[in-house]
Design a protein around this ligand. Structure first.
Ligand SMILES: *Cc1c(COP(=O)(O)O)cnc(C)c1O
Length: 447
């Protein structure tokens, strides 16, 4: 049997209708370098989605590889209760200088969803222990995404895939998210005063007494189709949460480490959340690791004599894994010494102008929105009415399949195609990617 047949024999792939694999076979990747992936037949693919947004600095980066190899011969893993190790301590010492001011304490886990669960429990227990036991619910934006475990799913959008699990989910208070492309106030992204924030104000007025925290993806609702909203919204949210004694949990899992052109999306708004979740780019996309970071104030509410029962009894076997920490340390080193985020800014402009030039006039391109190197192309049936394609047509998926033939990994979000490349992509690679993307779009939706 060849590799493809064996794969189909054994593997149930994530987020896939496996029947689709009858037609589009699994692509078996053998090697990667920089923005390129190569399959077992030697065919190249430009990884324009950073392998689900986590690959920050390219595949097989020499420095990250070396750091991991060095760590491997010293210590692979240790229990993290009572025990610690230099890589984790050094990592916190690095991160404390780049995270929003006021965040101080680091709670390690091993994936993004787990770090969200940790944040929700932390906020809940804080309120319980500080005289607000009635605060038991969470508030979130519609269209949000925070992961796939039950708690994380509970605070995400109730789409087709989440709805099935509704009987298992918490009763979250959902607030209509900003929608700057189809603004119901008739405003636009750069010319509004976040009039839609009134939805948050109304919800907080009504439900603050029973609400622990508001969880949000800052500036960019990734899974919703790379929906981008103004920094002012986040500023208003910070102020409103403070006013109502509701924690602000900011999920920077997708936006962290330069994806939006600044270190964190929070930096665009100049705010500090009460709890922040990071993962994805943290290890450069090498190893699973996440951190839930919080303030001294929240930490202090758990700090007491053991028998008072206030400790945060939350753990994961692989919390603080030293090999993952060594990868994360290399990432911090590279970001700092190679000025990666600064250097990504002119490239972000270049990429956006290339995409605009090639696609803005296309009859089925409704909006091209961008933040940092992230560019989303929303396909519509009708540009004037902004009416989208029927999801059953699977327009994004058809273009994805075509782009694969041209050597571009352009996995879509419904009818939204997007670029979210490793920050090290160069102009030549940008040209090639845009070229391949345009060819794929024009094949399926002729100009
Ligand atoms: C990917 C993602 C998560 C979940 O992370 P996993 O590691 O896949 O569990 C949560 N929130 C956001 C914003 C993400 O992009």
């Amino acid at each position: 049997m060849d590799w493809i047949q064996k794969d189909l024999e054994y593997i149930w792939h994530p987020c896939s209708q496996m029947k689709d694999y009858e037609e589009l076979k699994p692509i078996i990747i053998k090697e990667g370098k920089g923005v390129y992936l190569y399959d077992i037949y030697g065919k190249e693919y430009i990884d324009i989605v950073s392998s689900w947004w986590c690959n920050l600095l390219g595949h097989c980066n020499d420095k990250i590889n070396q750091n991991i190899k060095n760590q491997l011969d010293k210590l692979e893993h240790t229990i993290f209760a009572n025990f610690s190790h230099e890589p984790a301590i050094m990592l916190c010492e690095k991160l404390i200088n780049i995270i929003p001011k006021g965040l101080k304490k680091f709670n390690f886990s091993d994936n993004g969803s787990a770090s969200v669960e940790c944040a929700l429990k932390m906020s809940f227990q804080y309120h319980y222990q500080t005289g607000n036991p009635k605060k038991t619910r969470f508030m979130a934006l519609t269209e949000g995404y925070h992961g796939e475990t039950i708690g994380a799913l509970s605070v995400g959008t109730l789409d087709l895939y989440a709805k099935i699990y509704k009987p298992m989910l918490m009763d979250t208070i959902r607030v209509t998210a900003p929608d700057c492309y189809r603004c119901s106030y008739g405003k636009c992204r750069d010319c509004c005063n976040c009039e839609c924030f009134e939805n948050v104000e109304k919800a907080l007025e009504k439900y603050a007494d029973e609400t622990c925290a508001f969880i949000v993806e800052p500036l960019l609702q990734g899974s919703a189709g790379m929906r981008i909203y103004p920094a002012l919204y986040l500023k208003k949210l910070r102020n409103a949460c403070t006013k109502y004694n509701v924690h602000l949990i900011v999920d920077e899992i997708a936006t962290g480490f330069g994806r939006t052109g600044k270190m964190f999306a929070c930096d665009h708004a100049g705010i500090t959340p009460d709890i922040m979740c990071i993962s994805k780019g943290l290890t450069g996309g090498y190893l699973p690791m996440a951190i839930t970071i919080t303030t001294q104030e929240i930490y202090d509410a758990f700090y007491d004599d053991y028998n008072k029962g206030k400790a945060f009894m939350h753990s994961h076997t692989y919390s603080g894994n030293p090999i993952a920490c060594s990868a994360a340390l290399a990432v911090q080193d590279i970001l700092e010494n190679e000025h990666i985020i600064e250097k990504s800014q002119p490239k972000a402009k270049y990429l956006n102008s290339k995409i605009n030039e090639a696609l803005l006039q296309h009859k089925n391109v409704g909006e091209i929105r961008h933040i940092g190197l992230i560019n989303a192309i929303e396909l519509v049936k009708n540009k004037n009415t902004k009416e989208g394609f029927d999801s059953e047509l699977r327009m994004g998926y058809q273009i994805y399949k075509r782009a694969l033939q041209y050597g571009l990994l352009l996995r879509p979000l419904g009818n939204v195609l997007y670029f979210n490349p490793p920050l090290i992509i160069n102009e030549d690679e940008i040209d090639k990617s845009v070229d391949r993307c345009v060819k794929a779009i024009n094949d399926i939706l002729p100009f």
